[in-house]
Design a protein around this ligand. Structure first.
Ligand code: AMP
Ligand code: MG
Length: 497
């Protein structure tokens, strides 16, 4: 049994003066049917002991959590959407519901909502989230977490019994309200709003707030604002590297969808790559491929340039941009190289050698058109996996000349201790010839079961399978005292807890 983590509420955001958010009211829904409760992360933040009725009161009716925010706050922000400035943004269908501390590392966390009703920023929208949108956010966050990408977690999803009209889903469609656990909902666009309104004093307050609550060690830097920007930049670039390794396309990399802790959040039209393809695009409305798979680092750089500009009047943007230019390539390369080595379960041999292996691997992936997830699955542990290659659906590719350079380089690599163990002991590697994946056909099939038959079993089975993959890849459970696979039956497993 994991030790009980104390629930440790916070109201950090309320230290900001007026001008940063609006007090709002949650919508009243005709139905509250619990569809997903993230008990793993509830344990970590000390909310695992909530009874079902308490969970519903908190995460469907939004009755305040003790000691946290007394009322929900819609955050104010602007942002560049597809590179056009939009001053009419802000939390239009969500709010900051509560804040609390991580029971293990002590970091500040937000519980934010999606689909909880209209706010002053709804712009004529209904303030709601479709059930499909909620299900998709669960799937994206679970898969990214299992692949080791820093992401918000989906904490709770209730179906809410309304009929919604949407242009991008067969309508009417079912409704839901989602709660997201994440490291800050302060966005690049939060800074942009105050800079746009000619309020460097508020930009400074926001920066001070970020330093105090998210990066306390930067408070002693010679120029804490420059240090803050540098940290946000480094983490954001590292995050895009993480997406590249995971084969993930976020889809909507607007400045209001990037936050100050470099954590991936807000999942709309995301997709996973079937095969390596830099121009693979997730959103049907992204006609120019602005946010295509291979252009995500460029999007991060563009957004970080806009963020630097907001510091005008606080600290010179020129210096921030110099830091960005100087760090960008090395941050990205480090994230990709380290991420690939980790996803392959290989011991690093030094940056130069590792980078050459990664280059060779991507040449192979581009030319062979081997399934992206399949390649990482087959090559896990490097040469320690050669006996598995024959039974791979891509077996032929590993016998082809084009694989030669990768194979030659793999000869010098050894599996990590975990990988050697996992290849010998994990059913994920011993009993399967195909990896766990999250391709669009799978997502649509999971949704169809819910949509057509109200069958939630495939979704919950998928979540379990994704979590099992995460454990096979060596991801630790959120409760650090149980690093290995979580044993035993779990209460309410049927509901995907
Ligand atoms: P997103 O594309 O989800 O990042 O949202 C972009 C902006 O549109 C944000 O200001 C959202 O709050 C707002 N928005 C998205 N969907 C809705 C909706 N159904 N009702 C009201 N506002 C929305
Ligand atoms: Mg958004």
């Amino acid at each position: 049994m994991p030790p009980d983590r104390p629930y440790s509420p916070s109201r950090a955001i309320a230290e900001l003066p007026e001008g940063f958010f609006d007090v709002v009211e949650p919508a009243a829904f005709p139905q509250h049917t619990l569809r997903f409760r993230n008990q793993r992360w509830a344990e970590r933040v000390g909310l695992h002991t909530l009874h079902d009725d308490e969970w519903e009161a908190a995460f469907a009716r939004f009755e305040p959590l003790p000691g946290s925010l007394p009322l929900p706050l819609a955050m104010r922000y602007h942002g560049h959407q597809f590179r056009a400035y939009n001053p009419d943004l802000g939390d239009g269908r969500g709010f900051l519901f509560a804040q609390l501390h991580d029971g293990v590392d002590g970091r500040l966390l937000d519980l934010g909502t999606k689909g909880s009703g209209t706010t002053p920023y709804s712009r004529g929208g209904d303030g709601r989230l479709t059930l499909k949108g909620g299900v998709r956010e669960i799937l994206a966050t679970e898969m990214l977490e299992a692949l080791g990408v820093r992401t918000s977690k989906t904490f709770s999803l209730f179906e809410t019994g309304e009929s919604l009209l949407r242009g991008d889903e067969p309508s009417p469609t079912r409704s839901s309200v989602l709660v997201r656990l994440g490291h800050s909902h302060l966005r690049f666009g939060s800074f942009q709003r105050h800079a746009h309104q000619g309020r460097p004093d508020r930009v400074r307050l926001l920066a001070d707030h970020c330093i105090a609550h998210h990066y306390p060690s930067l408070g002693d830097a010679a120029d804490p604002y420059r240090a803050l920007y540098g940290e946000i930049a480094r983490r954001t670039v590292a995050l895009t590297g993480g997406w590249m390794v995971a084969g993930f396309v976020h889809g909507v990399l607007n400045t209001d969808n990037m936050n100050v802790t470099g954590e991936s959040f807000d999942y709309g039209p995301w997709r996973w790559l079937p095969r390596y393809d830099p121009m693979f695009t997730a959103a049907y409305f992204d006609r120019s491929g602005l946010y295509a798979f291979g252009r995500q680092p460029e999007a991060a750089a563009w957004n970080l340039t806009r963020l630097a500009e907001t510091f005008d009047g606080v600290t010179p943007p020129r210096e921030l941009l110099d830091d960005l230019r100087e760090g960008f390539s090395s941050w990205l390369e480090a994230a990709v190289v380290e991420g690939v080595l980790e996803r392959l379960g290989l011991r690093a041999r030094g940056r130069e050698s590792d980078a050459r292996l990664v280059d060779a691997l991507y040449v192979f992936l581009a030319r062979s058109r081997v399934g992206y997830d399949q390649a990482f699955f087959d090559l896990y542990g490097g040469m320690a996996s050669t006996t598995r290659w024959g039974s791979s659906p891509e077996a032929v590719a590993y016998e082809h000349d084009g694989f030669g350079p990768v194979r030659a380089m793999l000869e010098a690599y050894e599996p990590t201790e975990h990988a050697a163990w996992a290849l010998a002991a994990e059913p994920y590697f011993l009993q399967r010839t195909r990896p766990e994946s999250m391709l669009i056909e799978e997502v649509e099939a999971l949704w169809s079961a819910i949509d057509e038959r109200d069958d939630w079993q495939p979704l919950h089975a998928k979540i379990e399978a994704v979590r099992a993959m995460g454990r096979a890849l060596g991801r630790r459970e959120p409760i650090s005292s149980s690093p290995g696979p979580q044993p035993g039956p779990h209460p309410n497993r049927a509901r995907g807890r």
